[in-house]
Design a protein around this ligand. Structure first.
Ligand code: AHM
Ligand code: MG
Length: 339
């Protein structure tokens, strides 16, 4: 089987003028993910569960593993020197580095180092999500906000790690999506899922339906559509919701389905963060032949205004997202039946 390093080197030839810096950064992410995986696997045995006693910019209590994973990815990216700034769910401000090599780095990274961390205690799969952009500012000094506040369509790579029944690293550099499974006996990522495509014929819908009464009318109608009786369109669909974006998306990407975290009356922009949750997942979905929307427009075209901005998310099999978008538009005050 091909290893991640072999695969990265082989693919480097796809990028004209590639200097290897980008490949090294992907490799560094793979190394940090191995270290996080080791701690996640020991979670019940060592003192890594529970709260750190601090909260992040969202006011959410930080788990020890949130903080651990954040430190490991920052360390790996800082040490590598290709990344000049990081936006992380766990840091209110941009993370920059006090090193000449990093300040000359060409890339910036947005990441959620440990997504779904409320699931740690109960042994449910969690993940890491990351997106990579080329910096806009001149190399030679720290990365800036302008470097991070770029739309998702300008990403040069995105991926996630899922710490599950096996641990996988799934990423794309804009030429399809490939998945690597970690073999702990040899410490290597091995190409197990080449060229992942989201199946068109899936029938899974994933949403936290407990929020039903707060959802916009379009979402309520789409849920009713999913539950409708029409064997020709594979309905009623089936519902699966883990409450861990990476795990729900990973399953839907392999099986076909839609994941939704819409806005609701209490939080009009939903819960998920545009830069480091919605954008990377949207990029992977499109690269796998799927679609990602905020209900009305392509996620990757949203112009970010702040590091921790939230966005509704509808992502997965294309025709499912199309139908959800149609019902959102139809129930919006601006709907024009002639359009
Ligand atoms: P987190 O980044 O604080 O872990 O929150 C994001 C998570 C997603 O992984 C998951 O899909 C969602 O929150 C679940 O939220 P809810 O409990 O409201 O359904
Ligand atoms: Mg998260």
């Amino acid at each position: 089987m091909k290893t991640l390093i072999e695969f990265i080197h082989e693919k480097q030839a796809d990028f004209p003028f590639a200097t290897g810096e980008f490949s090294r950064m992907l490799n560094d992410i793979g190394i940090a993910a191995k270290i996080v995986n080791r701690e996640v696997n020991k979670a019940g045995l060592t003192n890594v569960m529970g709260f750190e006693g601090t909260s992040n910019v969202q006011g959410e209590d930080q788990k020890k593993l949130d903080v651990f994973a954040n430190n490991e990815f920052i360390k790996a990216l800082g040490h590598g020197g290709q990344c000049c700034a990081i936006a992380s769910e766990e840091n209110e401000n941009l993370v920059t580095f006090d090193s000449k090599m990093s300040n000359n780095g060409k890339y910036v990274v947005a990441m959620d180092p440990l997504d779904g961390s409320s699931n740690i205690e109960v042994n449910v799969s969690i993940g890491t999500v990351f997106g990579i952009w080329r910096r806009k500012s001149e190399p030679g000094s720290c990365g800036t906000m302008e470097d991070l506040l770029q739309p998702g369509r300008d990403m040069v790579a995105a991926g996630y790690v899922i710490y599950g029944s096996s641990t996988m690293l799934v990423y794309s550099t804009g030429k399809g999506v490939n998945g690597f499974t970690y073999d702990p006996s040899v410490g290597l990522w091995l190409l197990s899922h080449p060229d992942i495509q989201i199946p068109e014929g899936g029938n899974i819908y994933s949403i936290n339906e407990a929020n039903y009464i707060y959802f916009p009318e379009g979402v309520k109608q789409y849920i009713k559509y999913c539950q409708g009786d029409d064997p020709a369109t594979n309905r009623p669909y089936t519902t699966r919701y883990i409450g861990s974006l990476v795990s729900d998306f990973h399953r839907n990407m392999l099986r076909g389905g839609i994941y939704m975290y819409p806005g609701n009356k209490k939080n009009p922009d939903g819960k998920l963060r545009l830069l480091y949750e919605c954008n990377p997942i949207a990029y992977l979905a499109e690269q796998a032949g799927g679609k990602a929307s905020d209900g009305f427009r392509r996620i990757l075209d949203v112009e970010p205004k702040s590091l921790h901005q939230r966005s509704p998310l509808f992502v997965g099999t294309k025709h499912m997202v199309d139908t959800a978008e149609y019902l959102m538009a139809k129930n919006s005050p601006d709907f024009n039946p002639q359009a």
